[in-house]
Design a binder for this molecule. Sequence first.
Ligand code: SAM
Length: 263
Amino acid sequence: MTQQKEQHYAEDPVQVRETGQYQNEYVPGFAEKWDQLIDWDGRAKSEGDFFIQTLREHGAQNILDVATGTGFHSVRMIEAGFNVISADGSPAMLATAFENGKKRGHILRTIQADWRWLNRDVPGTFDAIICLGNSFTHLFEEQDRRKTLAEFYAALNHDGILILDQRNYDQLLDEGFSCKHKFYYCGEDVVAEPDHVDEGLARFGYSFKDGSKYTLNMFPLRKDYTRRLMAEAGFQKVTTYADFEETHRQESPDFYIHVAAKN
Ligand code: SAM
């Protein structure tokens, strides 16, 4: 089967609310653009060592990056000395990740795997799973979120942790579409803007300086809902950080990071 190069939506894109849609969104054309959206140096600077420190504090050594994308975190973790397996459901993103790794002198150990059937395709268990860059938002059905968290839980060692981040959708939903906040990524001249927001869909447009525009249909996860799903999947302790700081210190962050401990 040949892969389509450009994104594909049904006639009315706002009605496209299916978990499998990411396969039509992370196509080669968008994968090529993604690294402009998230300039690696700028991103490394703004994140600092947050994830690396958290993994070290938990004594993690073997890491599964389930949302590898173009490889930013996999490469960072390899360079920080962790053993990393890089998984993703999109072959276009994984291929770009592999090339990005090679450019930096690494051979990424990649596996194409959809989270809903993770343990079927990824053998073994891990000290930590990372699911970063607002990826969990791609699951549209609650059953898929629950199944995915159960798959993540099963792929962790007994004292393993899951680190999962998400955009602050509460603000977007509560302050309404009128608050049309523009999100500037670290990449040069790339603007992400909501095209449509309701309780079941956040459709964002990503405009690039060459005039091209891509979109992503995402499910707007409320912070406490994500925390509850994690607890209900069996995680014993869920700590949530706001823009890399503990939540009480930040009023309206752009991102939340959940660290869920299995035991
Ligand atoms: N973590 C990377 C980053 O921060 O740059 C990539 C983030 S990108 C927003 C989301 C990634 O999740 C995409 O590469 C997409 O293919 C992957 N993804 C979305 N839904 C998935 C699923 N059900 N199973 C596996 N991968 C999925």
